[in-house]
Design a protein around this ligand. Structure first.
Ligand code: ASP
Length: 445
C-alpha cells in the first residue's frame, strides 16, 4: 500500500505471549483492526503457550548450539517449524508457507552459524506471518536498523533509513529484536529487545503513541509476588520508570525508553488478553492529579556495604575519590554512598564485589589509608518512587514510621537529589515485609 494521509499514527508492538499461537494472533489481529491508526506493527517471536512451554527464541538458540557442535539440526528445526505451521494453519493462511525461509535458515546454520542470526529468526518468521495475515508490507529489520562497531545501536543511521522506508508505506510489519551489524551480519539487541525496535519505529514514524502489548494490564505499584493484588499505575513518567526498572521492576526493556523519550512520544502498556483495559501510560510529564503520593515501589536483594572509617575524614580533601578509585580499579560499579563525618559507606552489588573483596580492601588501604574497613553482606534496597514526593511533606517520616511499626531496622536511607525517590536499605530477610509495610501505608487497600 502506498503512503497516504492518516490522522493519528500508532506503532504497536506485541510481545511473545501475545503471538504464541493462532488463537493469540487472532486477538492481535482484532486489536489492530479495531483502530485504523495502528499502522506499524512490531512482532516478537512466539513465546510460551503455557507455563512450561519453550519460547521459540530459546529453541533457536539451542539449534545454534547443536549446529556448532557439528550435530544434525533437522529434528530441532522441524520442531520450530511445527510451531509456525500450527499458527499458519490456525489462521487459515492457505497457500502461505515458510518452507523456503526454513531452507535458508538450515543452510546458514550449517555453513555460517551465528548466534544472533539464529535468535533473530524467531521475529523474522513471525513478521512474515503477521504481514501475510494483515495483508500489509513486510520490512526486514536488517535493512533499517543498524549497529556500530561496538555493537551499540547506530541511532542516526537507523532513524534516517527507518524513516525513509516507512515513508513509502502506510502500513507495515517490522520484526522486532534485530538489525544489521557493522560486519554485515545480523545482530540482535539483548533479550526482550523487540521493545527497543518498537521504540525505534515509533521515533522514526513520528508516531503519536507507542503501544506495547503484553500479557499484563500495565505496571503495578508493587511486585504482585510480594504484595497481594497491587493497584495498577495509570500514569508514570519516563524518569520514574527508569528508577523503578533499575531497581528490578520489569515490563519493558530498559533501552526502550530512550528513542521515544527523545521526541516525547508516550508509551502505552496494554494487555492483549484484556484489550479494554487502559493500561499504563509512560509519559514525559503530566499535570494529572495522582491518586497517591508515591507511584511505585521496587527493590532488589543482595547488596553489600563497605563501611570505611577514618578520624578527621571530613577535612581530608580527596578522600572519597581515593576510596572510589579502589572500586574503579576493580571494575565495580557503586550504587550508593551515604556518608557521616568520619565515616562513609559504599553500597555495591554482592555478585560484582564478593570475589574481589580482598583486592578492594587492600586498594582502599593503599590509596586512602583509612583506620578501619568493615564489610557486611545481605542488604536489600527498596526504592520508593514518585513525582508527587517533591511537593508533599512528611513522606520520609511516614516511610520510617511504617518500617518502625513493622519492626524493621533501617540500615540506610538515601533521598535521590531529584526528590523523585527514597532508597531504603534493610536486611534481605526484611525485604518483603518492608515492601508490604510501605505499600499499606501509602496505597492501602
Ligand atoms: N524474542 C526475543 C526474546 O525472547 C526478543 C523479544 O521477545 O523481545 O528475548
Amino acid at each position: 500500500m502506498i503512503k497516504g494521509e492518516t490522522d493519528l499514527k500508532k506503532v504497536v508492538k506485541f510481545g511473545g505471549s501475545s503471538l504464541a499461537s493462532a488463537e493469540q494472533f487472532k486477538k492481535v489481529g482484532a486489536i489492530i483492526k479495531a483502530d485504523a491508526s495502528r499502522v506499524y506493527v512490531v512482532p516478537s517471536a512466539p513465546g510460551k503457550r503455557y507455563s512450561d512451554d519453550t519460547k521459540v527464541t530459546d529453541m533457536l538458540l539451542h539449534v545454534y548450539k547443536t549446529a556448532c557442535e557439528g550435530k544434525d539440526i533437522s529434528a530441532e528445526l522441524k520442531a520450530i517449524k511445527a510451531r509456525y505451521d500450527e499458527i499458519i494453519e490456525g489462521l487459515g493462511l492457505d497457500g502461505f508457507s515458510l518452507d523456503k525461509e526454513f531452507e535458508t535458515i538450515a543452510e546458514m546454520l550449517k555453513t555460517d552459524p551465528s548466534e544472533d542470526y539464529a535468535a533473530s529468526r524467531g521475529e523474522y518468521l513471525n513478521g512474515k506471518i503477521m504481514a501475510e495475515y494483515l495483508g500489509i508490507e513486510f520490512i526486514d529489520a536488517a535493512e533499517v536498523i543498524f549497529f556500530n562497531e561496538e555493537g551499540k545501536l547506530n541511532g542516526y543511521k537507523t532513524e534516517k533509513s527507518m524513516a525513509a522506508k516507512l515513508a513509502q508505506y502506510d502500513r507495515a510489519v517490522i520484526p522486532g529484536f534485530y538489525g544489521m551489524g557493522k560486519n554485515g551480519r545480523v545482530k540482535t539487541f539483548s533479550r526482550g529487545g523487540s521493545d527497543v525496535t518498537g521504540s525505534i519505529v515509533a521515533q522514526a514514524a513520528k508516531a503519536d503513541v507507542y503501544e506495547n502489548w503484553t500479557d499484563v494490564s500495565g505496571f503495578l505499584v508493587a511486585d504482585p509476588r510480594i504484595v497481594n493484588n497491587p493497584k495498577p499505575i495509570k500514569y508514570i513518567t519516563y524518569r520514574e520508570l527508569r528508577e523503578l526498572s533499575y531497581m528490578g521492576a520489569s515490563v519493558l526493556h530498559e533501552d526502550a525508553i530512550f528513542p521515544v523519550r527523545q521526541c516525547g512520544i508516550p508509551i502505552n502498556i496494554r494487555n492483549t488478553n484484556a484489550p479494554a483495559d487502559e493500561g499504563t501510560w509512560i509519559v514525559e510529564s503530566t499535570a494529572r492529579k495522582q491518586d497517591y503520593v508515591i507511584t511505585g515501589i521496587a527493590g532488589k536483594k543482595d547488596f553489600c556495604t563497605v563501611f570505611i572509617a577514618k578520624a578527621m575524614m571530613n577535612s581530608e580533601v580527596g578522600f572519597c575519590r581515593k576510596v572510589l578509585q579502589a572500586f574503579e580499579e576493580n571494575d565495580i560499579s557503586v550504587e550508593h554512598m551515604p556518608s557521616g563525618i568520619d565515616t562513609m559507606t559504599v553500597v555495591v552489588h554482592e555478585d560484582e564485589f564478593m570475589h574481589k573483596e580482598q583486592k578492594v580492601i587492600s586498594g582502599i588501604h593503599r590509596l586512602a589509608v583509612p583506620d578501619s574497613i568493615e564489610i557486611e553482606a545481605g542488604l536489600a534496597l527498596v526504592a520508593v518512587v514518585g513525582r508527587g514526593m517533591k511537593s508533599a511533606s512528611g513522606t520520609a517520616g511516614k516511610l520510617c514510621t511504617a518500617l518502625a511499626k513493622a519492626g524493621i531496622n533501617i540500615k540506610m536511607i538515601d533521598q535521590g537529589s531529584s526528590e523523585l525517590n527514597i532508597i531504603i536499605g534493610v536486611r534481605n530477610d526484611d525485604f518483603e515485609t518492608a515492601t508490604r509495610a510501605i505499600y499499606d501505608t501509602f496505597i492501602g487497600d
